[in-house]
Design a protein around this ligand. Structure first.
Ligand SMILES: [Fe+2]
Ligand SMILES: [Fe+2]
Length: 301
């Protein structure tokens, strides 16, 4: 059985904060099409989040509701419930950007229809009989989510520190959406991995699902960036290449290729724990000053 490797590494930070969803809302009418001024490539590469996350995070919630009965630890169950609340809100917040993109001449539907199919059909519930096969598929998806959350935490930590976006005059509302979301990703970064270690934790499964998640993310991301660049009504011949990405990484407006490569062995290390990545303190400090999070708090969320 795969459970032979299920020894949970010890978290670095001992503090534990209760996870709560913040009912944020954003108004997009003042956000320009190229919200990183003069840089459609960076804008659209980050915009891919709005294509992937609505369906992706809804899928997290769907899978986690099925795994709740397998959790035998009350604290972890509480964390998973908090995680579900936060991811549901993230999914909705990114979804609300899509009509704005459409108004600006960027209809995302051809792409989002494919993403919906991927999460709802390919990664959805299969008509499996109760028993081993159904459990196998559930555990496979729990492990996939843990791998994806390694990257959401990576991106969350990156965007909290991406001061170059401020220096280049990026739209403050979009930055707040990204940093509110990124901060909550850093805040709950251990939940998916702890859950995976609790219900399965098999090392072969961790490696296999990481490879699937990583390849899918790279594939979907470059495709999404090319889709936006090709359909941007202000660009004559919009293209997205790996070189564009590499250059923006060096400039500090996207993650660097090196940082992304270095994050791979960390996730595959047997001593990995997400608490070693990012800073809870920084995430909590951002959430205490985020305009959207503060408005949500005032509104009683
Ligand atoms: Fe999220
Ligand atoms: Fe997350």
């Amino acid at each position: 059985m795969s459970n032979t490797h299920a020894r949970a590494p010890r978290p670095v930070e001992s503090e534990r904060i209760p996870l709560k969803p913040r009912k944020v809302s954003f108004s997009w009418e003042d956000t320009p099409l190229h919200w990183v001024p003069g840089d459609p490539f960076t804008t659209h590469t980050i915009n891919v989040l709005h294509l992937l996350l609505p369906a992706g995070e809804r899928w997290f919630v769907h899978v986690y509701k099925q795994v709740l009965p397998y959790i035998r630890d009350d604290r972890l169950r509480e964390d998973v419930i908090g995680f579900i609340g936060q991811e549901a809100m993230h999914s909705q917040a990114h979804d609300e950007v899509l009509p704005h993109l459409k108004e600006q001449g960027l209809d995302p539907t051809p792409y989002t229809a494919q993403v919906d199919w991927l999460f709802e059909k390919l990664l959805g519930d299969r008509t499996l009989p109760p028993g081993r096969a159904r459990r196998w598929w559930l555990m496979e998806r729990v492990a996939l989510i843990a791998a994806i959350e390694h990257y959401t935490a990576f991106l969350g930590d990156w965007v909290l520190n991406a001061e170059e976006l401020d220096r280049r005059g990026a739209d403050p509302t979009m930055l707040d959406l990204l940093r509110w979301h990124g901060a909550e990703e850093v805040e709950h970064r251990s939940v998916a991995f702890d859950l995976f270690m609790h219900v399965d934790g098999g090392y072969a499964r961790r490696v296999r699902t990481w490879a699937t998640a990583f390849s899918a993310l790279v594939f979907l991301w470059q495709r999404g960036a090319r889709f936006f660049m090709a359909n941007d009504p202000t660009l004559l011949d919009g293209k997205a290449t790996f070189k564009d990405f590499h250059v923006r990484g060096r400039r500090g407006v996207l993650p660097t290729t090196g940082a992304m490569v270095r994050s791979i062995p960390r996730y595959l290390s047997r001593t990995y724990h997400p608490s070693q990545e990012g800073s809870t303190e920084q995430a909590v400090a951002y959430l205490a000053s985020s305009p959207a999070a503060l408005a949500a708090e005032k509104g009683g969320a």
